[in-house]
Design a protein around this ligand. Structure first.
Ligand SMILES: [Zn+2]
Length: 221
């Protein structure tokens, strides 16, 4: 069980739904810790962790990293770095239905349980509109958007000063293809969390501020 007032929330949604921005608000204003597997692989890889090196071998080929590597080897040691007395925002850590059981077991081991799964939904049109103008930092992984999250100096990463690029992944055809695949794989996951009564779907098309207000209301903050 979670301690009183401490939350464990899973956030997920297709590329371009703005989940990272929403989670950043929770980190800045409400002391949440942002926990994601992308960061985990990148940071552990930099530290020379052998499991992360193995995982990077898969991601560099555009393949899913096997659950055993992510959930049994890397995630337990990664979670040890996060203050367990704080609220946790887990971001996109369940990407296919087979990972649900792994996450359940892992949270239980850490003395927590999932309070809510907040899922952001996005139409194809909105996804293309948002994602196709996005810029990405090849060095630290930060994403910028001219409307929602512009960089301070055009074309340069705010965080690390690296020149920003557009990813091939962010071209319209790729976005549509990815969203179709996303919607297919997310269905059984949504079904499972709905069955548990902890699924909340949030329409990601309103403004960042409006979505933020809705999330604050949902979380009772
Ligand atoms: Zn950067």
């Amino acid at each position: 069980m979670n301690q009183v007032g401490v939350k464990t929330i899973l956030f997920h949604g297709p590329s371009g739904c703005g989940k990272d921005t929403q989670v950043e608000f929770l980190v800045d204003d409400y002391g949440f810790l942002n926990i994601g597997t992308g960061d985990m692989i990148r940071k552990l890889f930099e530290e020379g962790d052998k499991d992360a090196i193995e995982a990077m071998g898969y991601t560099s080929q555009g393949k899913f990293v096997p659950n055993e590597i992510i959930y049994n080897k890397m995630f337990p040691k990664w979670l040890d770095r996060f203050d367990s007395s704080k609220s946790w925002a887990l971001v996109s850590v369940v990407r296919e239905v087979g990972q649900i059981g792994f996450l359940d077991a892992l949270l239980e081991e850490k003395g927590r349980k999932l309070d809510l799964f907040i899922h952001f939904t996005l139409s194809t049109e909105t996804a293309v509109e948002r994602v196709s103008v996005r810029k990405y930092c090849p060095s630290c992984g930060m994403t910028f958007h001219p409307k929602f999250k512009p960089e301070s100096v055009e074309g340069i990463c705010d965080k690390c000063g690296t020149e920003l690029i557009q990813r091939d992944d962010d071209k319209p055809e790729k976005i549509k293809e990815r969203l179709r695949e996303y919607n297919r794989t997310i269905k059984p996951i949504l079904k499972e969390y709905q069955k548990r009564g902890i699924l909340i779907e949030v329409d990601a098309s309103p403004s960042i501020q409006d979505i933020h207000k809705e999330i604050i209301k949902i979380l009772g903050l």
